[in-house]
Write a protein that binds this ligand. Structure first.
Ligand SMILES: C[S@@+](CC[C@H](N)C(=O)[O-])C[C@H]1O[C@@H](n2cnc3c(N)ncnc32)[C@H](O)[C@@H]1O
Length: 215
């Protein structure tokens, strides 16, 4: 049978795709990695089970957690259609690929991905900015400000806003932060102090000062 990796969109149940919604309704079990994914999938899922993953970058601990998740999901997906949900898109900075790899141990399980609205595109609407034909660099904040200073930068996983803000301003950018976009309590601000407290669901969008304004 099939494991569907379904993207839930950036934070509102109504931003789940029509196909994603149908497959969530049809899945015998929906597995959710975390509270937000569970909340977004709940309106559509007949049965939902939260899988716990440690908040760590340690490869050995993570691999063990994914092997354990595969041992939970694999035997059920052998006989039934099930879903594993992710916030945003399952193929964009996502954990779904870890589960896919761990499910190599279950070759009889067919795996399909249903794309979702990613924060990588949805942020533009939430921040009311236009992504045009100048390059946009997308990366995790931990990777630092790109050396080649692209005109536009989107940083994900901004956990230390003040540090990120200082690095971006030093590199000649003006910055807007988006926190918990499309959720119940979204924040869009250029003031780093407003979002200084760490929150995993934070992005920074940066534009080079004077971009496109000179002839
Ligand atoms: C591991 S990435 C997952 C991206 C997701 N798969 C997607 O396609 O949108 C998680 C990071 O995306 C950003 N993010 C995701 N959803 C967000 C939202 N609704 N508001 C603000 N940031 C968000 C945060 O920076 C968070 O640390």
């Amino acid at each position: 049978m099939t494991l569907y990796g379904i993207g839930l969109g950036p934070g509102e149940p109504e931003l789940v795709t029509v196909r994603g919604k149908r497959l969530l309704e049809e899945a015998s079990v929906v597995y959710a990695p975390g509270e937000l994914a569970e909340r977004l999938a709940r309106p559509y899922a007949a049965a939902i089970e939260e899988l716990e993953f440690p908040m760590t970058e340690d490869e050995t601990t993570l691999k063990a957690a994914w092997d354990e998740a595969a041992a939970t999901v694999g035997p059920v997906a052998r006989d039934e259609d099930v879903a594993f949900v992710t916030v945003g898109d399952p193929k964009v900075y996502s954990t779904f690929s870890h589960l896919e790899r761990a499910l190599d141990a279950y070759p009889e399980v067919d795996i399909r991905t249903i794309p979702g609205v990613s924060v990588v595109t949805a942020f533009a609407t939430a921040l009311d900015v236009e992504i045009d034909n100048s390059p946009l660099d997308v990366r995790e904040a931990a990777d630092g400000v790109p050396q080649h200073r692209p005109p536009q930068v989107l940083l994900l996983k901004v956990t230390d806003v003040r540090k990120t803000d200082a690095a971006l301003h030093d590199a000649g950018y003006e910055v807007t932060y988006g926190r918990r976009l499309f959720m119940d309590d979204p924040t869009v601000t250029s003031d780093p102090d407003t979002v200084a407290e760490s929150d995993y669901f934070t992005i920074a969008y940066a534009e080079q000062v004077g971009r496109g304004g000179e002839s």
